[in-house]
Design a binder for this molecule. Structure first.
Ligand code: IFM
Length: 474
């Protein structure tokens, strides 16, 4: 009996709603390579990764998984998986040189070919406009702490809607603006590597503004049936104890980690407690009249990226720390603690309940907003064994528990419409370079040979049956 037969005959299978979207996700800088081809100009990640000491092993995205040249092969892999949707990002500096002026036709052509290839394979394209690769020239002009960058982003959104709007049905403005604002400008572990709490808060506001302006620019061009969305990496927060002080630590991180985006986007306001917590850093006068009407321009769904929960307690973080705290206004009031249990190769705890908690919180806080899990997955120390297989049972177990959590959230009345596994391919994992493998397809970066891991076969079965086996494998 094959695993597929077992799943098919399993009466305890967790069946997903019909029409549930099963996808994989990637991002341009992490897989494309071709960093200087066809008119692409540098992004902040080109600059950052070429700066000694910033990225593990001096790795860069110059070649990455060479997806720019191997795109048809990668779409064929997805076709074999049976995914219904593919979430990819567009490299802004590939389609608009230095982030200004006319579109670069060769750059657009790459995405046109990708979309054609996907549609021919019966896979719906889901395009993300910003997955962290700001054109370097816009950073040199001040980057996201400057309002002008948000205006440039809206112009770029319009270019992409003109180019692909007739064939791409789902658009995401930003991916994880928390990381881009607070790791990029708050503690500097991501590009562009600046460490200023004021800049991180300004950047967060300008991301919200860029999102709102981009939604408006997209809507001007896209057919009414298009879906416009935003992806946030919301923090699933747990207090160490139920004490008032620890609960206040949760409140602070919720404000500067979650509500800093949720409130402007869904309620047209900046949280009062965030303004109070950050009063020593800024008076928020960079928020202009009318901005919050822009940030709260209605969208059709919210994307959630989830990997692990965050445990916090009252108190100061221990020093010395390897890098400054990204938590503007909270750094002297909150400690972060390791969650118990098994860990992935990122040293992130495996805890699917956090995903359930996040999804059901959003069910309650944002009634009527459909949700998509736009990223979820795990890095492990994978390798091809002598028989050419990649045996990754920990990843299967991780995916199993997290899909079960999604199913549980749906049963509890949460409107989750789809799940995008991070990631299709092993790729450039930002400051970790190529040392962390998140793919369900192994990439041998020397030869660029792709080998689907056992988790890929498992995911294909889940998709085929629209169901996950009811019990956890040992
Ligand atoms: O690889 C990243 C991705 O670019 C954004 N979300 C988290 C993933 C794993 O760290």
């Amino acid at each position: 009996m094959t695993a597929l037969d077992i799943l098919a005959s399993d009466t305890t299978g967790l069946r997903f709603p019909s029409g549930f979207r099963w996808g994989t996700a990637t991002a341009a800088y992490q897989i494309e390579g071709a960093a200087t081809e066809d008119g692409r100009t540098p992004s902040i990640w080109d600059t950052f990764s070429r700066t000694p000491g910033k990225v593990h092993n001096g790795d860069t995205g110059d070649i990455a998984a060479d997806h720019y040249h191997r795109m048809p092969e990668d779409v064929a892999l997805m076709r074999r998986l049976g995914v219904t949707d593919y979430r990819f990002s567009i490299a802004w500096p590939r389609v608009q040189q230095n982030g200004r002026g006319p579109a670069v036709e060769k750059g657009l052509d790459f995405y046109r070919r990708l979309v054609d290839e996907l549609l021919n394979a019966g896979i719906r394209p889901v395009a993300t406009l910003y997955h962290w690769d700001l054109p370097q020239e816009l950073e040199s002009a001040g980057g996201w702490p400057q309002r002008e960058t948000a205006q440039r982003f809206a112009e770029y959104a319009g270019i992409m809607a003109d180019a692909l709007g007739d064939r791409v049905g789902t658009w995401t403005t930003l991916n994880e603006p928390w990381c881009a604002a607070f790791l990029g400008y708050g503690n500097g572990v991501h590009a562009p590597g600046r460490a200023s709490h004021l800049d991180s808060l300004r950047a967060a506001h300008h991301f919200n503004l860029a999102h709102g302006w981009a939604v408006r620019a997209l809507r001007e061009v896209l057919p009414d049936t298009s879906e416009v969305s935003l992806t946030l990496n919301l923090h699933a927060l747990r207090p160490l104890t139920p004490s008032a002080d620890d609960l206040d630590a949760v409140r602070r991180i919720d404000a500067v980690g979650n509500r800093i985006f949720l409130d402007p986007v869904f309620h047209g306001r900046i949280p009062d407690d965030l303004i109070r917590d950050t009063a020593a850093i800024t008076d928020w006068s960079f928020v202009r009249d009318g901005d919050l009407a822009v940030t709260s321009t209605p969208i059709d769904s919210l994307g959630i990226n989830y990997y692990s929960p965050t445990v916090v307690a009252a108190g100061e973080r221990e020093s010395p720390s390897p890098s400054p705290s990204p938590w503007a206004g909270a750094e002297r009031h909150v400690r972060f603690l390791p969650a118990p249990g098994p860990r992935t190769a990122m040293d992130w705890p495996v805890d699917a309940d956090g995903l359930y908690e996040l999804l059901t919180r959003l069910r309650d806080d944002l009634p009527g907003v459909p949700l998509l899990v736009t990223e979820n997955g795990a890095a492990y120390h994978d390798y091809t064994n002598p028989s050419g297989r990649v045996h990754d049972p920990e990843r299967v177990s991780y995916l199993h528990s997290h899909l079960s959590a999604v199913h549980r959230a749906i049963e509890a009345g949460t409107d989750v419409r789809g799940y995008f596994l991070w990631s299709l391919l092993d790729n450039f994992e930002w400051a970790y370079g190529y040392s962390k493998r998140f793919g369900i397809v192994h990439v041998d970066f020397a030869s660029q040979r792709r080998t689907p891991k056992e988790s890929a076969d498992w995911y294909a079965q889940v998709i085929a049956l629209n169901a996950v086996e009811g019990r956890q494998e040992g």
